[in-house]
Ligand binder design. Structure first.
Ligand SMILES: *[C@@H]1O[C@H](CO)[C@@H](O)[C@H](O)[C@H]1NC(C)=O
Ligand SMILES: CC(=O)N[C@H]1CO[C@H](CO)[C@@H](O)[C@@H]1O
Length: 302
């Protein structure tokens, strides 16, 4: 790299990259759904935590794209782990970015359809669990501060997907509207959603980039242009073979591999370093091949 390229890069980067140094490692994990054991295993082989579950990622930026909760039983252990890593990472120059998924939001609106009986018992009963998830409770307090989306380097991370109608607000705009309305949304038990950020076409629910055919890649291009990003990394739509897949020439990256035992119990994470995307599995690293052909249909799951 010549000096000029470097200067050019850092100028652009201060504008766009949001506190990421070129080549800084990003590791992203999708839906966890209450499976602490598998989450911990993934974090270990990805170099994010050590054997005692303490931060070992150095200056890595670790992103979790939502749906920590529901279906499995380990809600308490998982939120405790995330909160601990959020405190430890910055001491080593790292960072934990933890985003809201539709299941966090379902809880916000009092929708407990997917909460397991055992999970409620671990909390000590329905009332205790409600208390923990209330906006002033130890989990709820954190949830109402969380963002729907984050741009790290040139990648945008989100639970479901950002349709252009939301992308025009930009990452900041989407997060601002979320914070402005989340408490009212909670109090109204899911009725007050003036910007529809929590709704079925909002960033935590939209599945177009993961499932639709036709001109979906040009819709994604439009969204990425608006967000000034190279790719969108998404959870929410389970990849039944337990592998991370890409679509639209690598611009859509699908990282919900069904980690929870409820979904098959697969182990994997996405690593991004510069423009290199690598899937990290238990048995090794795999450069992500871009599925240039016709995207294949994937199972639809809530
Ligand atoms: C949410 O995102 C904004 C930028 O959009 C950032 O300043 C803030 O720190 C984020 N909050 C959390 C809890 O990550
Ligand atoms: C953070 C938050 O608002 N959590 C909610 C989760 O669901 C319970 C039960 O419906 C509510 O009481 C909490 O407020």
């Amino acid at each position: 790299m010549t000096m000029l390229t470097l200067v050019w890069y850092f100028t652009i980067c201060t504008l766009l990259c949001q506190s990421i140094v070129f080549g800084q490692r990003i590791v992203a994990v999708g839906d966890i759904h209450g499976d602490y054991h598998r989450m911990l295993t993934i974090l270990k082989f990805s170099g994010i935590v050590d054997d005692d579950a303490h931060w070992a990622g150095g200056d890595t930026i670790f992103v979790q794209t939502g749906d920590i909760v529901d279906r499995g039983d380990d809600t308490i252990k998982l939120y405790q782990l995330i909160q601990k890593l959020q405190e430890e990472a910055p001491l080593h120059g790292g960072q934990v970015v933890s985003l809201l998924g539709n299941h966090e939001i379902m809880n916000l609106s009092g929708d407990w359809r997917y909460v397991s009986e055992h999970d409620i018992q671990i909390f000590g009963g329905v009332e205790e669990r409600k208390k923990a998830f209330a906006p002033e409770g130890w989990i709820g307090r954190d949830l109402v501060e969380k963002n729907l989306t984050a741009k790290v380097g040139t990648s945008v991370f989100v639970h479901g997907g950002i349709h252009p109608s939301f992308a025009q607000e930009g990452v900041e705009g989407i997060n601002l509207k979320t914070r402005q309305t989340i408490l009212d949304y909670v109090e109204s038990r899911g009725r007050h959603d003036p910007y529809k950020v929590f709704g079925g076409h909002g960033p935590t629910w939209y599945r177009g980039y993961a499932l639709d055919d036709g001109n979906i890649c040009s819709i994604l291009d439009e969204a990425l242009d608006l967000l000034e990003a190279d790719r969108m990394v998404m959870g929410h739509t389970v990849q039944r073979d337990g592998m991370i897949h890409t679509r639209c020439g690598g611009k859509a990256v699908l990282i919900d591999i069904g980690i929870s035992h409820v979904y098959g119990g697969h182990f994997g994470a996405l690593e991004i370093v510069g423009d290199e995307l690598t899937a990290l599995y238990r048995d090794g690293r795999r450069r992500l091949l871009v599925d240039r052909g016709r995207p294949k249909m994937i199972h639809q799951e809530l």
